[in-house]
Write a protein that binds this ligand. Structure first.
Ligand code: NAP
Ligand code: GLV
Length: 327
């Protein structure tokens, strides 16, 4: 029997690719850059399965070109790059990779938190620029992490994992969440659930862990930034569009907040001319929070398994729109 055909939109960890080759004929886009939209549109018309990345926009226009498509599997937990309603309407299940990247992403959010608090990025650049003179009591004086208040917006998998790390550093933890958190979980996690206004006003370090949705888009805007402490530090490992970049630039430049550390930006990649990159109090890294060898391998395999299940007509192990399986 002829194998099914799938499109893999970027080179992925070898284990994932090998797994896919065991059940399908693979068309692999192996360019250095994400697959261009015109190539994606052309290639998707001939495949039964699509294995994509968060850099690919999967929308109604694309789906309308894909009469054979039976499953979309993204190698990411965030699925804001996929029009889920349009997939559901076509009975196409969408898979993602929750859980396997939680700890790795939380490690990185905490690394950003510490780097920003203690100004590690700036200090490393200073040394490389040959500017290290005598020991100076005023050199790169930052803010203590221990004893500070961590605010977490979005108390899901990654938010909870960040809270654990914060406790390890003796922080008080406030969380803001979309709905009431069961009291057992609050007690076990040793966190206080507070209103959005309180988490904004009281946090020394504010870390964002919400998905990008119509409700969270520009959640952190000028008004919100103005209500944060002047000494506050913002950490974003969620999605760039959760923050209004222009308002963030103004807040950092005018020192309405002290610092920002961003793994994600709007747009991505950030332009080299972006004003945020001119600021000493803004640390930007290129969307690498889940980038450990072990985690990327697990993500690749999990997405491959979602793809396999979808092609076999089985329920996806991790499905964003399980309602497609209802009879
Ligand atoms: P998750 O378990 O779904 O957690 C997100 C939580 O945020 C959910 O519990 C959600 O509650 C809550 N939420 C939604 N809207 C909210 C709002 N307006 N205010 C407060 N809470 C809200 O997802 P996760 O695995 O932790 O991942 C979170 C996000 O991180 C992903 O969607 C992705 O965008 C991002 N991410 C980035 C990287 C990276 O490399 N930088 C890596 C992994 C993930 P409900 O369930 O009630 O909606
Ligand atoms: C990364 O940003 C992800 O959503 O997995």
């Amino acid at each position: 029997m002829a194998k099914t055909r799938v499109l893999v939109t970027r080179r992925i960890p070898e284990a994932g690719l090998e797994a896919i080759k065991s059940f399908a004929d693979v068309e692999l886009w192996s360019g250095e850059e994400p697959i261009p939209r015109n190539e994606l549109c052309e290639k998707v018309s001939e495949v039964d399965g699509l294995y994509c990345l968060l850099t690919d926009t999967i929308d109604e226009a694309l789906l309308s070109l894909a009469p054979r498509l039976r499953v979309v599997s993204t190698m990411a937990v965030g699925f804001d790059h996929i029009d889920i309603q349009a997939c559901t309407k076509r009975k196409i299940p969408v898979g993602n990779t929750p859980g396997v990247l939680t700890e790795t992403t939380a490690d990185f959010a905490f690394a950003l938190l510490m780097a920003a608090g203690r100004r590690i990025g700036e200090a490393a650049e200073f040394v490389k620029a040959g500017r290290w003179g005598a020991w100076d009591p005023a050199l790169f004086v930052g803010q203590d992490v221990n004893g500070a208040t961590a605010g977490i917006i979005g108390f899901g998998r990654i938010g909870q994992a960040v809270a654990k790390r914060a406790h390890g550093f003796g922080m008080r933890v406030l969380v803001n969440h979309s709905r009431p958190i069961p009291s057992e979980l609050l007690a076990q996690a040793n966190v206080e659930q507070v209103s959005f206004d309180r988490v904004i006003a009281e946090s020394d370090f504010l870390s964002l862990h919400v998905p990008l949705t119509s409700e969270t888009q520009q959640l952190i805007d000028k008004k919100v930034l103005n209500r944060m402490k002047r000494t506050a530090i913002l950490i974003n490992t969620s999605r760039g569009r959760v923050v209004d970049s222009k308002a963030l630039y103004d807040a950092l430049r005018n020192q309405n907040i002290a610092y920002a550390a961003l793994d994600v930006t709007d747009p991505e990649p950030i332009s080299v001319d972006d004003p945020l990159l001119t600021l000493p109090n803004c640390l930007v890294v290129p969307h690498i929070a889940s980038a450990s060898v072990a985690t990327r391998r697990k993500m690749a395999l999990m997405a491959a398994e979602n793809l396999r299940a979808g092609l076999a007509g089985e329920d996806l192990p991790y499905c964003v729109n399980p309602e497609v399986f209802k009879k």
